[in-house]
Design a protein around this ligand. Sequence first.
Ligand SMILES: [Zn+2]
Length: 232
Amino acid sequence: MASRIEVGYRLRLSGLLAELGVAQPRDEAEALIGQARERAAEEGLPLEEALARAYEDLRQRVRRTVPPPPPAAPPRFLCDLSLGGLARWLRAAGYDARALIGAKGDALLRAAIDDQRILVTTDGHLLERRLVTEGTVFVVWVPSRMPLLRQLSVVMTDLGLPSLSPRCMSCGGELAAVAKEAVQARIPPKTARWKDEYFLCRDCGKLLWQGTHWERIAARLTEVSPPRTLPA
Ligand SMILES: [Zn+2]
């Protein structure tokens, strides 16, 4: 396992234990990691999976005890270069998410500050940077090899976010309803026969409609976080 993942788990587990008011969060985090190792050995699980389960159990305990305050406005995200897939799912969940290719460490932190975005990263070391511990930039750490929808659940539950109206998964632009006649030439003939509602991405101009792919995505998002509206 990459040490970056261990570092991330250690820091996030102790952060969550501190939220619960545990006196020695670092020691308790070590104890949880030890238990995950034992569980992995006993049940023949990969250690990463055992750690992910320990993390999810603790997150749920914390969110039940200390629910996150509802966000005043939808946050915007900056995802590191390994999280392009998560950025797409955050857009489907209605959030403005950029994936920054080719930047690491301080450059990522700087980009998040300049653009006033929450940084989503798999780099646990970033949680220890002064800019993060002092609160200049807010960072959500997700384990790198966790499946996409579990990563999405980490972000949404840690921040108490509902699913909103979807954005363009390609670029994150807002979707605007468009009259069928205005885009008739771009609609595949079979689709035109059974669909009357169409949307255009305001940024990249992509044409979308609520087909089976869209419905599958919406169903999976509802499993992760129920839809609700937020102040604009
Ligand atoms: Zn777009």
